[in-house]
Design a protein around this ligand. Structure first.
Ligand code: AMP
Ligand code: GLY
Length: 412
């Protein structure tokens, strides 16, 4: 997002809080961190904004949105991109999201909520079919456990309700019907009144090639995906996105920012897996690579309720984003591994490397997270984009690095 914002002729100074090993090349990293939104954090950010005459604040991740940072930073002359806490509950509280979907007849998996292990265990035993056990709170993308057998479901319930591995976030669980189909991510900008749906993307959540192994935050994505026709897109817009925004409005809640619907394309039509209240990672990278309009203008228009005035057009080409991860991720992994070869990878036209878990130290650029880099490439079709992204990954190295070579395989 920063890379795209910086391309706007209206972008003056750009700051990242706290930023990473790559953002310093686009703007200035500043020691602000909104992982925890307490009074001190809000005061620090607000003070920084006043000192530096900040006219737009973009809140990226779900945690600060869920904790109300957008509400608390709002100020005359300062636009804040991202929904307030009430609207962000669509992501932060899966039980609330289910309730909204039910009230608006939005298609989604059947589900029941539980706080008591014994009651939940009786339910899955009686059901005796594959289910998904989900922590209802925020769990960094790891709170959904897909269970094919009753034993797996009982183990998942134990993880959440007895061992409390997700803490409060897993104290209430959803036990939902397991859906089958292709997953797509449909993101829309919502300005309170208008909604603008972005081109469809597909993420790859599992660690292993061919969609095997544990769930991750996302190992790669491409855009656009041919899985969603224009007709299906209109249906999704009307029956899912507009329906959700309207349902919130009926409860007196205005949605402003990005609304992300994670969908399963089932035999019975598209159904919601989850809502997010932000751009997806790694969906945002291919979206930004292909977006032709001015992101700064688009974000301001979203904040100011005039999305109908902006130009949102897309590069015709396809973009494939491949995530390079640390050895061991999504379980424990080492940090501090020296990264080499990014400049070589980016020398190829149409390739851009975005940083995630990196930091610049005395010894140069090193790893600092599980998902380390997002290697993006444009191509005339998905096959060309994937080949170019994989080749670019091949030029980059750090100890333990791994990536999926099959991003987009489901439609190729
Ligand atoms: P979530 O955190 O809700 O996005 O779930 C993470 C991942 O778990 C999804 O991307 C799906 O691959 C899988 N998943 C979640 N809910 C379901 C479901 N009801 N049926 C099948 N797979 C699911
Ligand atoms: N890529 C999925 C997410 O950002 O939640």
């Amino acid at each position: 997002m920063g890379w795209k914002l910086k391309q706007s002729p209206r972008c003056g100074r750009l700051y990242f809080g706290p930023g990473n090993g790559g953002t310093g090349a686009v703007g200035e990293n500043v020691p602000l961190n909104a992982d925890v939104v307490d009074t001190k954090t809000v005061d620090e950010i607000d003070y920084f904004c006043r000192q530096n005459d900040i006219s737009l604040v973009v809140i990226g991740p779900e945690n600060p949105l869920a904790e109300g940072l957008a509400d608390r930073l709002e100020h005359p002359g300062r636009a804040v991109f991202g929904p307030g806490a009430e609207a962000a509950r669509l992501e932060a509280d899966k039980a609330f999201a289910k309730q909204i979907m039910k009230s608006a007849s939005i298609p989604t998996a059947d589900a029941r909520t539980f706080t008591d292990y014994a009651a939940a265990a009786r339910y899955v035993e009686a059901r005796d079919e594959p289910v998904v056990v989900k922590a209802t709170g925020l769990a960094k993308g790891k709170g959904a456990i897909v269970c094919d057998t009753v034993d797996e479901a009982l183990a998942a319930l134990r993880v959440c309700l007895v061992d409390k591995v997700f803490g409060d976030a897993g104290a209430t669980v959803l036990v939902e019907e397991k859906m089958v189909g292709q997953e797509v991510s449909i993101l829309a900008l919502v300005d309170g009144r208008n909604i603008f749906v972005l081109d469809p993307t597909q993420d790859h959540k599992q660690a292993g090639e061919g969609d095997t192994g544990p769930n991750t935050g996302g190992m790669g994505a491409y855009c656009p995906t041919p899985l969603v026709s224009d007709k299906l897109m209109s249906e999704i817009e009307r029956d899912i996105l507009v329906a959700a925004v309207d349902a919130l409005r009926r409860d007196g809640v205005t949605y402003r920012g990005v609304l992300y619907a994670g969908l399963m394309l089932t035999a019975g039509g598209p159904k919601v897996i989850e809502f997010n209240c932000r751009f997806g990672d790694p969906e945002v990278q291919p979206l930004m690579m292909r977006l032709k309009g001015d992101l700064l203008e688009i974000m301001l228009a979203t904040c100011e309720g005039r999305l109908d005035e902006v130009d949102l057009s897309w590069d015709k080409r396809c973009c494939c984003c491949v995530v390079m991860a640390s050895g061991g991720y999504p379980d424990a992994y080492a940090k501090g591994k020296v990264i080499r070869g990014i400049a070589e990878a980016e020398a190829e036209p149409g390739v851009a490397v975005f940083h995630a878990g990196t930091v610049k130290g005395k010894g140069g650029l090193v790893t600092a997270g599980g998902r380390v880099l997002n290697v993006c490439a444009m191509g005339d079709d998905l096959k060309a984009a994937q080949a170019k992204a994989n080749a670019a990954c091949g030029k980059i190295s750090f100890d333990g690095a791994w990536f999926r070579r099959d991003i987009g395989y489901r439609v190729m």
